[in-house]
Design a protein around this ligand. Sequence first.
Ligand code: LLP
Length: 430
Amino acid sequence: MDHFELRQGSLHCEEVPLAAIADAVGTPVYVYSSATMLRHADVLRAALEPLPDPLIAYAVKANPNAAVIATLAGAGLGADVVSGGEYRRARAAGVAAEKIVFSGVGKTAEEMTLALEGGLFQFNLESLAEAEMLSEVATRLGRTAPVAFRINPDVLAGTHAKISTGAADNKFGVPIADAPAAYARAAALPGLEVQGVAVHIGSQLTDLAPLEQAFFKVGALIAELRAAGHTIRAADLGGGLGIPYDPSAPPPPSPEAYGAMIRRVAGGWDARLLLEPGRLIVGNAGVLLTRVIRVKPGARHPFLVVDAAMNDLMRPALYDAWHAIDAVSPRGGRETVNVVGPVCETGDTFATARDMDRTQPGDLVVFRTAGAYAAAMSSTYNSRPLTPEVLVDGPRWAVVRERVDIERLIAGDSIPDWLPRPPCNTGPSR
Ligand code: LLP
């Protein structure tokens, strides 16, 4: 559920009319609901009860805005980070060091140093070579790095191929068959303290069965590792639970069902459980608010050209993702249209033959479920300004990322001195 509702014919985020935000900030703009994020965090926490002290480490990659992280940190969530940048964002937004998990297949020595000096709950290592590098870095700094290995359980997640991570030929994790040897080697390396096991098999999973299968394998591995003398205090079950995008499709498993499965499978492991949810927390907490520029006739259906494009919301172009598209002030009536952005690629198509609210040029529409992997993956392709973000909290709202306009983009480049200087400035000609 979310907090985007029609009130007196106009879509609101909590108590704020989206039209008021569009008037003040312009479009396109991302709008996030604090109440929705907090509710999702609460629902997940409740679903895990009565597990003792699980650590919900929000996957920062889903939405790294400082205000989003600060909202979730205030609710007691930790952070799952995959880069030095995410580590610094999490700390800057108030996440306690002991609630940070550092994941990712390509951590550099600089990133390891940053997290070792700043503190963290654990590194999720993805290879023996990484363990060796971390051992060297930690030893050099005179520190001990708490570590888990992310294991690759060779389970098919049943989601889009580009976001499946737990199959044997994916780049992620240590093959489960190699895990005992990897733990033995890591335990012998100086500067490392083995404390856990981690797994993450993919994102937008709409079936609990592959997760359960992966968790069973983790449970068996924990028993084997303990029998070999390792201390395993923590089990990180990753993220990945899917959320509803298309209201007409069968809903993914509820957080309650997910929590019940985790309690059943992992509740007896005698290890602190960690989760790394991203989409589940923020996905439905955001919309991309955009304006219809014009309607252009098409061979089959008219093209609704909106002022957001694939650079703002890449998911349809990258994963054929489906986002609901609704008018902010429905005029009544429906129409079948292709919804496209202004970017010069056919891939800049948000929806084909979509039955949606009838609109006219100038109308506002929203792409729903755009809180996760949306602004986070945006770019300035086609020299389009970087879209701003707004956070709503009840009747209050604030711009939490300014629009990065074209002046700032131009100012970020430089022309080397062997090239001719531009004859005049880049401003509008008079
Ligand atoms: N933990 C790890 C190690 C991950 O790689 C991810 C996501 C998560 C947790 C969080 O997964 P979630 O709970 O959000 O499913 N850009 C894609 C999704 C990429 C997910 C990458 N890893 C999309 O827009 O669908």
